[in-house]
Design a protein around this ligand. Structure first.
Ligand code: CP
Ligand code: NVA
Length: 303
């Protein structure tokens, strides 16, 4: 049966664990540079309507290492939804390629791309969510802690696409998730409601950084203005100033807390240089795991 990877919530707990275990196995193979070519003679179309470093390089590197050929299609190449209808691109690429990965603005556009495709479509970020990132994130937390028991994640800043994927994960994996940020920048209400309805995790909205981070296993942040909102950078700098992750905040949790960020980071804004460089910062393990988590997602999608 054709399946896409568009939202964490489309998968069961067992399926997500299978992907995480597979990611660990493939990571070992990659680190030993073992021969592993499940995508021999296959191709991956990578559509980017927004910029990217990690997503582009990790998908292309992973797919190439696994024996396939990845095609990078940047914002000025195919003009998805502008030069050509999304549903036409779906059907065209379904005839040429074996997999599609797309990073688009409007979430409805990736739904439309998947609806008309006869090959798996993987969401490489939309304005609504970023499921591949959160698979890499939870893999990283698991590796560092050895388990996911009694997990408290405190997210500082904008209730954006990263938060939405964390919330979808929280409706499947139990955790205490705190979103701490200024009024008017809360995550999507429907996504929050689903976490509450799951009765699995607890969700807390906070305006108080000091109490929000108390006992946190992870403090996570992201840019205050996402791609597509960069004209608001200066305005948001003032609104979010109290929610910066700095050394004082990191050291006030009462336990050994890890720092995570999906990257790219705007040092000096949402996070200080000192926190990024501290021994508790696991941002590069997290970025590395994009490669391994996505390799496992791609293998799962085509098998
Ligand atoms: N974290 C992430 O998706 O990074 P890029 O925007 O560089 O791909
Ligand atoms: N929220 C950020 C994530 C970047 C990986 C953005 O959408 O720009």
């Amino acid at each position: 049966m054709l399946r896409h990877f568009l939202h964490i919530a489309d998968y069961s707990k067992d399926e997500l664990w299978d992907i995480l275990h597979l990611a660990k196995e493939i990571k070992t193979k990659f680190n030993n540079r073992e021969e592993y070519k499940p995508f021999k003679d296959q191709s991956l179309a990578m559509i980017f309507a927004k910029p990217s470093a990690r997503t582009r390089v990790s998908f292309e590197t992973g797919f190439t290492w696994m024996g396939g050929h990845a095609l990078f299609l940047g914002p000025n190449d195919i003009g998805i939804g502008k030069r050509e209808a999304i549903k036409d691109i779906s059907r065209l690429f379904s005839r040429y390629n074996d997999l599609i990965m797309a990073r688009l603005f409007d979430h409805h556009h990736i739904l439309e791309l998947a609806e008309h495709a006869s090959i798996p479509v993987i969401n490489g970020l939309t304005d609504y969510n970023h499921p591949c990132q959160i698979m890499a994130d939870i893999l990283t937390v698991w590796e560092h802690r050895g388990n996911l028991d009694d997990l408290k994640i405190t997210y500082m800043g904008d209730g954006n696409n990263i938060v939405h994927s964390w919330l979808q994960l929280a409706s499947i994996f139990p955790m205490h998730f705190v979103c701490c940020g200024p009024s008017g920048f809360e995550p999507d209400e429907k996504t929050v409601k689903k976490v509450k309805e799951s009765k699995l995790s607890t969700f807390e909205l906070s305006r108080n950084p000091k109490s929000a981070v108390d006992g946190a296993d992870v403090i996570y942040t992201d840019v205050w203005a996402s791609m597509g909102q960069k004209e608001e950078v200066e305005k948001r700098k003032k609104i979010f100033a109290d929610y910066q992750v700095n050394e004082t905040l990191m050291e006030s949790t009462g336990k050994d807390t890890m720092f995570m960020h999906c990257l790219p980071a705007e040092r000096g804004r949402e996070v200080t240089d000192g926190v990024m460089e501290a021994s508790y910062s696991i941002v590069f393990d997290e970025a590395e795991n994009r490669l391994h988590a996505q390799n496992a997602i791609m293998v799962t999608m085509v098998n």
